[in-house]
Design a protein around this ligand. Structure first.
Ligand SMILES: Cc1cc2nc3c(=O)[nH]c(=O)nc-3n(C[C@H](O)[C@H](O)[C@H](O)COP(=O)(O)OP(=O)(O)OC[C@H]3O[C@@H](n4cnc5c(N)ncnc54)[C@H](O)[C@@H]3O)c2cc1C
Length: 474
C-alpha cells in the first residue's frame, strides 16, 4: 500500500520574533488594542512616519501609521478557495495581490483532486470537497460564470442518505449541486483571472511575518518573500495560530485560537468492478450518499460516475470519509501516520462500507488501489459568523470558510468580503482606521451541518421517505 498522504503543510516550529521589529516608536502601556479615534490636526501630516506598538494580551499590537501608497500590494497567505477569491476580488478593485500557497501539486487547499496513473485510464478522486451549492447571489453569479467557461457543471447524479443495511433514501432537491468539471482542484486553478495584478508563489510555506517600516515582511524560513502593505491570512488552524502568535496581531491571534476544527479520515479506493450499490428502479444507482449510523463512514461517492458519467468500463474510484467522531478518536500526527494506523483505518472504513451497503463481512471486493489520508484540520466546528476579520491598525485580515460556515461558498464569500473591505480601507487613505475594524471581538458559536460541511439549500429539503424495491445493482 502506498504511504499515507500528508494533507496539510506540517507546522514547523518557528523562531519567535518580537512583533516590534523595526516598526519604530513604541507607545507602551496601553490597555486596549484600539486607541480612541485620533483627531486630525490642521496642517499636520495625516500620519506620523513611524508606527506605534501597543501592548495587548500576550503580544504587542502593531500599529501601522504610515500612509498607504497609491498602488498598495497585499500578501495573501493561503491559496484555497478563500485566498484565491480574495486575490481575484482585490485585482478587480485594482489592488495588487501575491498569493502564497504550500500546495505541492497545485492550488486549492481543501478543494483537492488526486489523479493517479492507472493501467489504462487515470484514477481520479475528489478527496476533500465533493460538491457545492449556491445560496448567495454573489456566489451564484460567480458559479454561473464558471459554468459559462466550462469549469463547473451541475451534478445531476443521484444522491441521498444511506442507512445501515443498504437502505437508501433519495434527496430530491430543487437546489442545484455543482462540481468542478474535471474535479475540484482544476476548478481552483481557474478561480484566479489572468491579471498582471496577481502573482502566485507555490509551493511556499510562509513561516514568519514581520512588521517593518510600515510594511509587512514575509519569510519562508529565513528566505525573504517580499514586503507588503497588508496581509491576509487565508488559512486556519495550528499553522495560522503559530504564524500569528508573535506577529503583533493579538486580536487576530485570539480569534484564530478560538477556532475548533474537526478531523476526518479519507479513504480513496479503486475497484475493478462496480460496487453492489442499492438500485432504484426510477433513478438508477446513487453516486453520492451521506451515511447514517456507521461510525467509520459519513460519506461515500463514486468519482467515476460523478466526473465521467458518459464513459463506461472505467474502474470505480470511490471517496469514503469517516465521521468527525471517528476522526477525533483515531487522530494521529498527520505528518507521520504510522503504517499500522493507516492499515487499521482502511479496514475500519471498508468494513463501514460493507455495513452501509448491507453486505456480509469480508464480502466486499478488494480494491486494487487504496490511499488513506487524514484531514487533521478538516472542517470548522465553530464560527464567529462574520464575513471576514480585519485589524486596520495592523493592516491584517483573515478570510476562510470558518468565518461563516464550512463550505466552498462560505470560503469564497469570505475572501471576496475581505478583499472589498481591504480595498475600501485603502481607498479611505486610512483616515478613520477604527471604522474598518471587523470581527475582532466576536464569540464563536457552533457550526451546524454534515461531517463534510454545509450545503445550503440542500439541507432544508428532507430526503424522500424510504423507497421500495432497493436491490443491489449487481
Ligand atoms: C473531507 C472534507 C470534505 C469536504 N466536503 C465539502 C463539500 O462537499 N462541499 C463543500 O462546499 N465544502 C466541503 N468541504 C469544505 C471545503 O473544502 C472548505 O470549506 C473550503 O475549501 C475551505 O477553503 P479555505 O480557503 O477557507 O481553506 P483551505 O482550502 O484550507 O486553504 C488554505 C490554504 O492555505 C495553505 N497554507 C496553510 N498554511 C500556509 C502557509 N503558512 N503559507 C502558505 N500557504 C499556507 C494551505 O496549504 C491551503 O492550500 C470539505 C472539507 C473536507 C476536509
Amino acid at each position: 500500500m502506498p504511504p499515507p498522504l500528508l494533507l496539510r503543510a506540517p507546522c514547523r516550529p518557528r523562531v519567535a520574533t518580537a512583533a516590534a521589529t523595526g516598526t519604530g516608536g513604541v507607545g507602551g502601556g496601553a490597555r486596549h488594542a484600539r486607541p480612541p479615534p485620533r483627531r486630525r490636526q490642521r496642517g499636520k501630516p495625516r500620519f506620523s512616519r513611524q508606527s506605534a506598538i501597543k501592548k495587548s494580551f500576550n503580544q504587542e499590537q502593531v500599529v501601522f501609521s504610515t500612509p498607504v501608497p497609491p498602488d498598495p500590494s497585499v500578501a495573501v497567505i493561503g491559496g484555497g478557495a478563500s485566498g484565491l477569491a480574495c486575490a481575484a476580488a482585490l485585482a478587480a478593485r485594482g489592488v495588487r495581490a501575491v498569493v502564497f500557497d504550500t500546495g505541492m501539486h497545485g492550488l486549492g487547499g481543501r478543494m483537492a483532486t488526486r489523479t493517479v496513473a492507472g493501467d489504462e485510464q487515470q484514477l481520479v478522486f475528489d478527496h476533500a470537497a465533493q460538491f457545492f451549492t449556491a445560496s448567495d447571489e454573489r456566489f451564484q453569479k460567480l458559479v454561473d460564470q464558471w459554468i459559462d467557461k466550462g469549469f463547473v457543471r451541475e451534478w445531476t447524479g443521484l444522491i441521498g442518505e444511506l442507512e445501515v443495511g443498504g437502505h437508501f433514501r433519495t434527496i430530491h432537491s430543487s437546489t442545484p449541486r455543482y462540481i468542478g468539471v474535471n474535479g475540484m482542484r482544476p476548478l481552483a486553478d481557474e478561480i484566479l483571472p489572468e491579471s498582471d495584478l496577481i502573482e502566485v508563489v507555490r509551493p511556499c510555506w510562509i513561516s514568519k511575518l514581520e512588521p517593518f517600516n510600515g510594511l509587512w515582511r514575509l519569510f519562508e524560513n529565513e528566505k525573504p518573500r517580499g514586503q507588503y502593505d497588508a496581509i491576509v491570512i487565508a488559512h486556519n488552524g495550528k499553522c495560522a495560530s503559530h504564524l500569528l502568535s508573535t506577529s503583533g496581531l493579538p486580536l487576530l491571534t485570539r480569534q484564530m485560537k478560538r477556532l475548533n476544527l474537526s478531523s476526518v479520515w479519507a479513504l480513496l479506493a479503486a475497484f475493478q468492478d462496480p460496487l453492489p450499490v442499492p438500485q432504484n428502479y426510477s433513478y438508477g444507482t446513487f453516486e453520492g450518499a451521506f451515511v447514517r449510523d456507521v461510525d467509520s463512514l459519513s460519506w461515500m461517492a463514486n468519482n467515476s460516475q460523478k466526473l465521467f458519467p458518459l464513459q463506461t468500463g472505467r474502474p470505480e474510484c470511490w471517496t469514503f470519509f469517516s465521521t468527525a467522531a471517528y476522526g477525533k478518536r483515531n487522530k494521529v500526527p498527520q505528518e507521520n501516520i504510522p503504517k499500522v494506523t493507516a492499515e487499521k483505518i482502511k479496514e475500519d472504513m471498508l468494513r463501514g462500507v460493507e455495513l452501509a451497503l448491507g453486505l456480509s463481512r469480508g464480502s466486499l471486493q478488494q480494491p486494487f488501489y487504496t490511499r488513506v489520508q487524514l484531514w487533521g484540520a478538516a472542517l470548522p466546528m465553530n464560527t464567529p459568523g462574520v464575513p471576514c476579520i480585519f485589524d486596520p491598525l495592523g493592516r491584517a485580515g483573515i478570510c476562510g470558510d470558518w468565518l461563516t460556515g464550512s463550505s466552498i461558498e462560505a470560503a469564497v464569500l469570505s475572501g471576496m468580503s475581505l478583499a472589498n473591505h481591504v480595498a475600501d480601507y485603502f481607498a479611505s487613505s486610512g483616515e478613520q482606521p477604527e471604522e474598518f475594524a471587523i470581527g475582532l471581538h466576536e464569540n464563536l458559536n457552533p457550526v451546524e451541518g454534515h461531517d463534510i460541511g454545509q450545503f445550503p439549500g440542500l439541507d432544508s429539503q428532507k430526503p424522500e421517505v424510504a423507497e421500495a424495491h432497493l436491490t443491489p445493482s449487481i
